[in-house]
Design a protein around this ligand. Structure first.
Ligand SMILES: Cc1cc2nc3c(=O)[nH]c(=O)nc-3n(C[C@H](O)[C@H](O)[C@H](O)COP(=O)(O)OP(=O)(O)OC[C@H]3O[C@@H](n4cnc5c(N)ncnc54)[C@H](O)[C@@H]3O)c2cc1C
Length: 404
């Protein structure tokens, strides 16, 4: 085992692996440490978890050689329909629709099951000579550019990256505080099979107690992310499958025909958790370690992959110039690039959740008129689509499908 590397990445979930691949492909040595044991979710059957990947995320996966491993598993998202809803009534008539035909770049997003993405990351890392992958190992201490594993060994690096999720120990040990609040909501996550085809349409329905997303998977299947107030979510989760489906059905109507459960049922308590800084001396935070957001727009992983692209570009360029990649002025470039975007996105989703998660008739009218107005303005709608696809603004080259 190496005890010295250019970069140590703590966390081999969804953001650690693509960062490791991008850095290693540029010739940097990387150690990835993940607390989970090796096979874990990669070898399980379908468990109901899936992600929406924006167009820019797809380009990043292409640039690091992961897309070719998952391309035959994805479901392109042809259209997104967003609307207000009431239990028993389905969506209101003021539905906002985003269509892939409105951007020239291709489908605005793709759905991909967790198990395929995770397995593809693992295989790509195992094939990369510059990556040392330590599974089933936990980082328990860190000082300067050195981490200590629970099993004893210490690993020194010029940069330590925290990809260790919302409860980031890397952030805590670097003295980075977090801000946020509990939404008092829990997401019920599962997959359903249905009689009618989804035609590649993703639905985001805003119900009074929280948003419900119905996201297309290959075949006649959809992924469900259904947010409810915590008490109600726990009560629904405790129901047997048939009654769970009975509670779900009236929330989105019958446009998919008869529905059946097709995956395991999960719950996720929802909270906003933002790190006050994304960097400290020899430390950078990426993904949920930097910003845990509401899943309502399916943007959590996409935001993380934008961090991956920005940090990889900053670090690779600094290394090529002979700079110290863990130096504060180098890491500040990453923070300047990402902090505003992520904070704005997190607070935007926070505001949307507050505006939509209630049954106030006046607010219902305002938001329905708002959705109707955006729908009527193609220019504005196109701006939203480009934003959601991740192709707007100052985009790192990996998100454009090129290696830095
Ligand atoms: C209900 C729900 C639905 C979602 N749907 C979508 C979606 O459709 N699209 C989307 O883009 N995003 C979605 N997200 C968000 C997405 O799941 C997260 O943004 C993503 O998982 C974050 O990845 P990460 O790698 O930053 O952290 P994680 O996936 O949390 O991984 C952290 C890793 O760090 C490891 N770790 C932690 N501490 C240590 C330690 N001390 N030593 C070693 N290893 C450690 C853990 O074992 C873990 O593997 C959703 C989230 C939720 C809750």
């Amino acid at each position: 085992m190496k005890t010295q590397a250019d970069i140590v990445i703590v966390g081999g979930g969804l953001n650690g692996p693509p960062l490791a691949l991008a850095l290693a492909q540029a010739g940097l040595s990387v150690v990835v440490i993940d607390a989970r044991p090796a096979p874990d979710r990669a070898e399980r059957g379908f468990d109901g978890r899936a992600y929406s990947l924006a167009l820019a995320s797809r380009r990043l996966l292409g640039a690091i050689g992961v897309w070719e491993r998952v391309a035959d598993r994805v479901q392109p998202i042809a259209r997104i329909r967003t609307g207000d809803g009431q239990v028993g009534f389905g969506a209101s008539p003021f539905v906002l629709t985003f269509d892939q035909a409105e951007i020239e770049d291709g489908p605005m997003g793709f759905m991909l099951e967790d198990r395929f993405l995770y397995a593809a990351f693992r295989k790509a890392m195992e094939a990369e000579a510059n990556i040392t992958l330590l599974s089933g190992e936990t980082v328990v201490a860190q000082r300067g550019g050195e981490v200590t594993l629970a099993s004893g060994p210490r690993i020194a690096a010029r940069l330590i990256v925290g990809c260790d999720g919302r409860g980031s120990g890397v952030a805590a040990r670097a003295g980075i505080a977090r801000r946020g609040h509990d939404y008092g909501q829990t997401a019920l996550v599962t997959a359903i099979a249905h009689d009618r085809p989804h035609d590649g349409v993703a639905h985001q329905l805003f119900l009074p107690s929280g948003p419900l997303a119905i996201l297309p998977l290959p075949g006649n299947m959809s992924s469900i992310v259904w947010s409810e107030t915590r008490g109600l979510a726990e009560a629904i989760h405790a129901l047997p499958d048939a009654e769970y489906l009975q509670a779900l059905r009236p929330r989105f109507g019958d446009f998919l025909g008869e529905i059946r459960l097709a995956g395991a049922r999960f719950t996720y308590p929802l909270s906003l958790s933002l790190a006050e800084r994304f960097v400290a001396p020899r430390v950078a935070l990426v993904g949920d370690a930097a910003h845990g957001v509401h899943p309502l727009a399916g943007q959590g992983l996409n935001l993380g992959l934008r961090d991956v692209a920005a940090l990889a570009e900053v670090v690779i360029q600094a290394a090529r110039r002979g700079e110290d990649i863990g130096a504060t002025d180098v890491l500040e470039r990453y923070q300047r690039w990402r902090r505003f975007d992520t904070t704005a996105m997190a607070l935007g989703m926070d505001a949307m959740n507050r505006l939509f998660s209630n049954d106030n008739p006046a607010l219902r009218l305002v938001r329905d008129l708002g959705l109707g107005a955006v729908n009527a303005l193609p220019g504005l709608r196109r701006r939203f689509i480009r934003q959601a696809a991740g192709v707007a603004g100052d985009v790192p080259v990996l998100l454009d499908g090129r290696r830095p």
